[in-house]
Design a protein around this ligand. Structure first.
Ligand code: SF4
Length: 254
């Protein structure tokens, strides 16, 4: 992507990322490291569709509420339960949620040409919808940041096996990307959320382990891949929206 300015990462930070110790730190220590190096230009990217993001925000808030920023992308196709969760988080933590929307003219042009439900017709069209509704607003959100925090874990899907605790995100202008739950299991995440009464999306209780846009998410059977309810009509190698894998023009990066 070329509309995010490339970041000059300080050499000290690069050294710490490369030397490897950071990858074995606890989630709390990784968050503190991120705050110390990047606040206020660091924020959690939360979809409000998985418990991981909510658990991380709880950890951030315990670490330092004054440095805990949170942004999300409202694609315009989210289920009501996701909006309800946003308000519950605002009430619980007394925080602002930085909400980014897609550019109306891009959405209008896309649906006028290709229909409201273009994503079911081909991988290419689905990726185009994700790019317009998620990718472009993400670029604007990251334009104000030097580092972002995500709830990615290797156990979530085959597309996430190579995730590391701290990465230099070349797809997004060399920003630093923190994945503090790298060594947590889904059970760890759910147990933390239960014990600490962290609000989570009501659709999880209806069999949705991962909630994205309403037309592209469904419940899964017990034992299925946690992300198998997302874009279920595609094969598992393409099931990413591009936020964490990049939006290449031929779609191969998604
Ligand atoms: S998840 Fe579905 S509706 Fe949402 S942006 Fe991607 S293709 Fe469009």
């Amino acid at each position: 992507m070329n509309f995010v300015e490339r970041l000059q990462v300080p050499e000290q930070v690069l050294e710490e990322v490369r030397n490897g110790a950071i990858h074995s730190w606890s989630a709390e220590k990784i968050l503190e490291w991120g705050f110390d190096h990047f606040a206020p230009r660091i924020a959690l990217s939360a979809s409000f569709g998985s418990p991981e993001g909510m658990v991380i925000f709880d950890l951030m808030h315990r670490t330092d509420p004054s440095r805990s920023r949170l942004f999300t992308i409202d694609t315009g196709r989210l289920p009501q339960q996701t909006y309800d969760l946003m308000d519950r988080i605002r009430d619980r933590y007394g925080c602002e949620i930085e909400v980014f929307f897609p550019r109306p003219e891009q959405v209008e042009q896309m649906v006028r040409r290709e229909g409201l439900n273009l994503f079911y017709e081909s991988v290419e069209k689905r990726q185009r919808c994700c790019r317009v509704r998620k990718g472009e607003p993400l670029e604007r959100a990251l334009g104000d940041l030097d580092a972002w925090i995500t709830g990615l874990r290797p156990g979530q899907s085959v597309t996430r096996r190579a995730v590391r605790a701290v990465e230099i995100d070349e797809t997004h202008g060399d920003r630093i990307k923190l994945n503090p739950l790298i060594r947590w299991s889904r059970e760890d995440v759910e147990s933390y959320a239960n014990q600490n009464q962290v609000p989570v999306n009501a659709l999880h209780a209806q069999g949705y382990p991962s909630v994205g846009c309403a037309p592209c998410s469904r419940a899964v059977e017990p034992g299925e891949d946690l992300r198998s309810g997302r874009w279920w009509w595609e094969n598992s190698e393409t099931r990413e929206c591009g936020i964490h894998t990049g939006f290449e023009s031929d779609g191969s990066g998604i």
